[in-house]
Design a protein around this ligand. Structure first.
Ligand code: MG
Length: 177
């Protein structure tokens, strides 16, 4: 029987606002009175979540896998980043148990888009809807978020990985001997 170890990874991302008429958030295009300055589509929720998954498997960060200096990622749709991180977890025999995101922004408000975002993330990550949570908060007008200079997201990803690495195998052998 395979023994699984639970791993929790966290991620954080920020993008500045600029002129525009929409913001990508959690894989959903949300109409807004501004846009986001970014090399990719600037989806802070998917970027934070991608980093959380990479953190759970200790495999670098979004910049390691998708360097901003690489022209092929200019304007890239961030669902590709999230899908890649999910693929890396599953390539190790891992299971994605839960994805939890908090968006920090004065605007846009996500309430009306919450279920669409959950459904989109569940689709990209190929997990049940009940395994995806998205929450939002303002920062009470404080800091760069409060001044509406940009928005941020933090995320946590809980995954299970099979206990197969050599160090662990050695420890187990020692305990038995
Ligand atoms: Mg980013």
């Amino acid at each position: 029987m395979t023994t699984y170890l639970t791993r929790l990874g966290t991620g954080f991302d920020v993008h500045a606002f600029t002129e525009g008429d929409h913001v990508w958030l959690g894989g959903i295009r949300i109409p807004a009175d501004r846009g986001v300055l970014a090399h990719s589509d600037g989806d802070v929720a998917l970027h934070a979540l991608t980093d959380a998954l990479l953190g759970a498997i200790a495999d670098g960060d979004i910049g390691t896998h998708f360097p901003p200096s690489d022209e092929q990622w200019r304007g890239a749709s961030s669902d590709r980043f999230l899908a890649h991180a999910c693929d890396l977890v599953r390539a190790r025999g891992g299971k994605i148990d839960h994805l939890d995101i908090t968006v920090l922004a004065e605007a846009p408000r996500i309430g009306a888009h919450r279920e669409a975002i959950r459904a989109r993330i569940a689709e990209i990550a190929n997990v049940p809807l009940t395994s995806v949570s998205i929450k939002a908060t303002t920062t009470e007008k404080l800091g760069f978020v409060g001044r509406a200079e940009g928005l941020a997201a933090q995320a946590a990803a809980t995954v299970r990985l099979p206990e197969i690495d050599l160090a662990t195998a050695d420890e187990t052998a020692e305990r038995r001997s």
